[in-house]
Design a protein around this ligand. Structure first.
Ligand SMILES: NC(=O)c1ccc[n+]([C@@H]2O[C@H](COP(=O)([O-])OP(=O)(O)OC[C@H]3O[C@@H](n4cnc5c(N)ncnc54)[C@H](OP(=O)(O)O)[C@@H]3O)[C@@H](O)[C@H]2O)c1
Length: 360
């Protein structure tokens, strides 16, 4: 099998660093070229990757190398990828964008949400939305992948079966999620200092998080009907991981026909063959008001991995489905999904380089 030569555009950031870590373990990747505008020793920025042998190149140098690269991951701030992707695609280098520039089918929605004009509308129409479990066949044929937002992939994998089966009310889906501090990008600022974050939870962008619109567009595309999402995001005092709870109302016709076991069976039907989606099917031993924890997925079990763990319950007196999904924002929420997509694009086993389990 030919080994690949990969670029990581934006190699100093959180997602770029995590991609380098994962690519170093990939059996079919030979060379990794991460970029930095201020060249300095790689291990100063990513001390966890000391002795990896990696070093930075300037962004311009990476662009000049485009013809030699098999693929490039764009790990750039929002709005930067649309000016860069074409330079690689023109040289037949596949592009996987971890940012938001190519995620929206509707350019009007993109421009309204991100407040900027899209400068590469043609590429945007070409891009395939990169949730492997949902868009596998399209991803295999794609040259440009728009990797989903980290909250969105975690929440969407949780919601996908009940949306497809049309058993929930999609006109108002509450989704509450807490993300690790690496979700807040790597620029130092006073309000994300350890003294402010420690033992704390920071809500943000309650006026309309940009991922609300991404959720709505993708749920609408899956269901064929307009979705409305009430999404609430926060950062918590941990490094990586997303804990996401979606609690949609069941459609009234299904109110007395559903229970936790039925939901678990449904999810096992959808995800039984998926290596990276694990459905928690532990039965409840405790009764009444005793607290039970292990029947719901826990973030700790997916940190550092590409798994998305899903747990389910049903509040029968209120007709509310409870979907808890957890994933690592830097692996399943960005770099891991990106490599899963890369594996599909190059015809490798989808799990290549990604069979990692969490520490205890
Ligand atoms: N963090 C997450 O949990 C997460 C999850 C999913 C998706 N994402 C998305 O992934 C993208 C990267 O996120 P991140 O958290 O890794 O951000 P980050 O830590 O701020 O890193 C940004 C990277 O972009 C580079 N960069 C910035 N402006 C540039 C320019 N004009 N030209 C060339 N390089 C430039 C920086 O390199 P220099 O050192 O050269 O400045 C840095 O390596 C964002 O679009 C984000 O929304 C993030």
């Amino acid at each position: 099998m030919k080994k690949l030569n990969m670029g990581v555009y934006g190699g100093t950031g959180f997602t770029g660093g995590e991609l380098c870590r994962l690519l170093l373990n990939h059996p079919y990747v030979e060379k990794i070229r991460p970029t930095s505008r201020d060249i300095e020793p790689f291990e100063n920025i990513h001390p966890n990757l000391k002795h990896s042998g990696l070093s930075f190149v300037k962004p311009k140098t990476l662009e000049e190398m485009a013809g030699e690269l098999d693929a490039v991951f764009l790990c750039l701030p929002s709005g930067k990828s649309m000016g860069v992707a074409g330079r690689f695609l023109d040289k037949d280098t596949k592009v996987i964008d971890l940012g938001s520039d190519f995620r929206f089918t509707s350019l009007d929605t993109y421009e309204a949400v991100y407040g900027k004009k899209h400068t590469s509308p043609n590429l945007s129409h070409e891009a395939v939305y990169g949730v492997s479990e949902i868009n596998r066949e399209k991803i295999k044929k794609a040259s440009l992948i728009a990797n989903p937002g980290c909250y969105v992939i975690t929440g969407l994998l949780g919601l996908f079966p009940v949306i497809k089966e049309e058993i929930i009310n999609i006109e108002n889906i509450p989704i509450n999620a807490i993300n690790g501090m690496t979700g807040a990008d790597s620029k130092p600022r006073i309000d994300t200092m350890q003294t402010r974050v420690s033992s704390n939870i920071l809500s943000y962008n309650m006026e309309g998080h940009r991922h609300s619109s991404e959720f709505e567009e993708k749920i609408s595309e899956i269901s064929g009907k307009q979705a409305f999402v009430n999404f609430n995001a926060a950062h918590g005092d941990f490094t990586t991981g997303i804990h996401c709870v979606a609690s949609p109302l069941i459609k009234s016709t299904y109110k007395n026909q559903i229970n936790r076991e039925g939901l678990i069976d449904l999810y096992k039907r959808y995800y039984g063959e998926e290596f990276f989606v694990r459905v928690n099917d532990l039965s409840k031993s405790a009764k009444g008001t005793s607290k039970v924890y292990d029947v719901y997925p826990q973030m700790r079990n997916v940190q550092g991995t590409n798994f998305c763990d899903i747990g389910l319950d049903y509040d029968s007196s209120r007709g509310i489905v409870k979907i808890i999904s957890v994933a690592d924002n830097l692996v399943r929420g960005s770099g891991g999904s990106a490599i899963q997509n890369m594996n599909l694009m190059f015809g490798f086993d989808e799990t290549a380089g990604l069979k990692l389990y969490s520490a205890p």
